[in-house]
Ligand binder design. Structure first.
Ligand code: SF4
Length: 97
């Protein structure tokens, strides 16, 4: 995260451990019920897509305004630009990211 131009590849997880915003996001991630959570394989693929997306600005999606780590962490959410879809298939089945 920079104080000048917004970082286009940064996620909240890139903030230093203990940073206030990172702590808040980590708490919110832990509060998502397990049955609603995206599997780790899908979560990683979704965040990789966000890192390569021109809408990413310091962990926030310019298309929907969400913190992408929170949006990607929910199975039922999708990318507003359809760069990844809601996960409807079992993890590891080669389905949607
Ligand atoms: S959610 Fe979609 S539009 Fe938003 S930053 Fe990620 S890939 Fe880009």
């Amino acid at each position: 995260m920079s104080k000048g131009r917004p970082c286009r590849r940064c996620l909240i997880q890139d903030l230093p451990r203990g940073a206030e915003l990172r702590t808040v996001i980590e708490e919110r991630l832990r509060s998502i019920p397990e049955e609603e959570k995206t599997g780790s394989e899908t979560y990683t693929a979704r965040l990789a897509a966000c890192r390569g997306c021109g809408e990413l600005r310091e962990g926030t999606c310019g298309a929907c305004g969400c913190y992408v780590e929170l949006r990607a962490a929910r199975r039922a959410k999708d990318c507003p630009l359809k760069k990844w879809r809601a996960a409807v298939l079992p993890e590891g089945s080669g389905g949607a990211i």
